[in-house]
Every structure is written in C-alpha cells, then in structure tokens.
Design a protein around this ligand. Structure first.
Ligand SMILES: NC(=O)c1ccc[n+]([C@@H]2O[C@H](COP(=O)([O-])OP(=O)(O)OC[C@H]3O[C@@H](n4cnc5c(N)ncnc54)[C@H](O)[C@@H]3O)[C@@H](O)[C@H]2O)c1
Length: 273
C-alpha cells in the first residue's frame, strides 16, 4: 500500500508510534523512526529490518526548535522525498488546574502543539513545494499527507489535563488549517483522537515509568482505579492495543482516505458515543 513512499513517525520508539512505524514498513514504506533517545528508536529500526523492511532512526527532541528542519533534511538526504508525516511524539504531565505550574503548562503545549506546527512548517519545502511544482507541470502527483495525533481529552476535556487537553484540541485546529491551506496542492491533513490505548502512557502508575523534562522526572501512567473505571465506559470493554491504535493512523494515510482531509477520527472502542 505504501510502496515507494517515505514516512516519518515521531515518538516511534515505543507505543502507538512504534506500532505505526512497523505497519508502514510492513506495507512498503521507508520509515524514519524518531524518538527522544536513540536506543528505543534503533530497536524499532532493527525489528523493521529483521522483518525485511526499510527504516532509519533519527533521535532527537521534537520540542528543540532546530530539530524539525534537521529531521526533514536528513530524511530527504536518506530517502529523497517525504510522503507522510505522523506527529505522534508526546507525554502527559497531569495536575489539577489550580495547582498547575507555568512550566507544566508550557512543556505540554510545546510538545503537543508547537512541535507539530514547527514540524509541518519545516516540511513545507519538501512537501508543499514539490506538490506545487507537480501541479503546475500537470503531471502525476505523489501521495502526500500528514496525520496528527490528538486525544479524546482534547475533544471532551479531562480532569487533571488542562495543559494536555488544550494542546490536543489545538492540534485539531492546526489539522483543519493545514487541510485548508495545503489542500490546493493535493496534500491531506487529518487527526486521530485516541481514547484509552494500552501503552507506557496509560500503564499503572505503580509501574513507576517517568520521562525527563529539563532535568525534572515527570511520572507517567494512571492510577489503577481510573484504569479499571475506564473499561466500564468503553463499549468494546477494553483498551486498544498499540497496533489497533496505529490502524487509525494507517487508515487515514492510506489511498482509501484519498478524499478525506481535515477530519478527526476518534479511535476509542466506542467510548463517549
Ligand atoms: N495511550 C493513550 O491512551 C493515548 C490516548 C490519546 C492520545 N495519545 C497520544 O498518542 C501519542 C503516543 O503516545 P503513546 O501512548 O504511544 O505513549 P508512549 O509513551 O508509549 O510513546 C510516546 C513516545 O514519544 C516519545 N516522546 C515523548 N516526548 C518526545 C519528544 N519531545 N521528542 C521525541 N519523542 C518524544 C517518548 O519517548 C515515547 O517513546 C502521544 O501524542 C499521546 O499523547 C495516547
């Protein structure tokens, strides 16, 4: 399905991003696997290569203002073009609004809204420009699209996530704007809003996972009582696997979504209907 296409997936060292990177590769794409640290990204690349696919790792922090330009340039240097960008990298730093620090607010907006904006801006010379040229020449057009990862926290709000909900709804506005600005060049831009997906982000707090933000360890995971409650409100009765979640991303990037743009697909097992 993605033969001769090049896909970049951010935050693809684990979880949904890793599953999406592996699926894109399995379906024929050359994949650039980004993550904060090289080790998990290299491990995903090794898995893809062992299965006969093509991938390269490019580690780095998506919130570093210089990173998006470097990522795009490296991708084009290695594979010659970019067909698909998935803005997936992210984490949560929860707290009740009245206790939320400016740092906590800004860090989450940086990763979920500012980084995807900069990533798409950095993509323009490698996606918008060649598309414009192809259109002018009147010849065949490469398939090109962007998939942004949102959350039901953004669409509906969530206790303890003022920062995350704002970022994840912001990316819906960004998605619709890019769909309107770049649609003229045949470039589609969609979002996937996930519900409860079983990853490091949503594992039991007791597992003690954390992510380092400017030298501060931010705890990841959710309390067990919330995990068990969530199952009750999901019609399918369970969280999704990362592979099921990645299916939503693949679907929107696929040729079967050729006339779908500006859409936010809820991948929730029916939660919130
Ligand atoms: N798991 C869920 O239930 C759920 C629900 C809704 C939305 N999401 C979103 O899905 C996306 C993927 O999350 P996941 O559940 O797979 O979590 P995960 O923790 O398993 O994977 C996220 C990956 O992003 C990487 N990352 C974080 N900050 C980064 C940065 N600044 N630069 C580069 N990489 C960075 C992490 O190192 C990690 O490998 C996130 O945007 C998350 O907000 C997840």
């Amino acid at each position: 399905m993605f033969k001769n296409q090049v896909a970049i997936v951010t935050g693809a060292g684990r979880g949904i991003g890793a599953a999406a990177a592996k699926l894109f590769a399995e379906l024929g794409a050359s994949v650039v696997v980004n993550d904060l640290n090289a080790e998990p990204a290299e491990a995903v690349v090794a898995e893809i290569k062992a299965a006969g696919g093509e991938a390269m790792a490019y580690a780095g922090d998506v919130t570093d203002p210089a990173f998006p330009d470097a990522l795009m340039a490296k991708t084009v240097e290695a594979y010659g073009k970019i067909n698909i960008l998935v803005n997936n990298a992210g984490y949560t730093w929860d707290g009740m609004l009245h206790n939320m620090s400016d740092k906590q607010w800004q860090a989450i907006l940086d990763v979920h809204a500012t980084a995807p904006f900069r990533m798409i801006r950095a993509l323009a010379p490698y996606m918008r420009e060649p598309a414009k040229e192809e259109k002018r020449a009147g010849g065949p057009m490469e398939p090109r699209c962007i998939v942004n990862v949102s959350s039901t926290s953004g669409l509906h709000g969530n206790v303890g996530q003022a920062n995350y909900a704002t970022g994840k709804l912001g990316i819906v506005g960004l998605t619709k704007t890019v769909a309107k600005e770049w649609g003229a060049f045949g470039i589609r831009c969609n979002a996937v809003a996930f519900g409860f997906i079983d990853t490091r982000l949503t594992q039991s707090k007791d597992e003690g996972a954390s992510i380092s933000v400017d030298g501060e360890e931010v705890a990841l995971g959710i309390p067990d009582h919330i995990r068990s409650m969530a199952r009750l409100v999901i019609p399918l009765g369970r969280p999704a696997t990362p592979e099921e979640a990645a299916g939503g991303i693949i679907m929107l990037a696929s040729p079967y979504a050729a006339y779908i743009t500006g859409h936010t697909l809820e991948v929730t097992g029916g939660a919130g209907i």
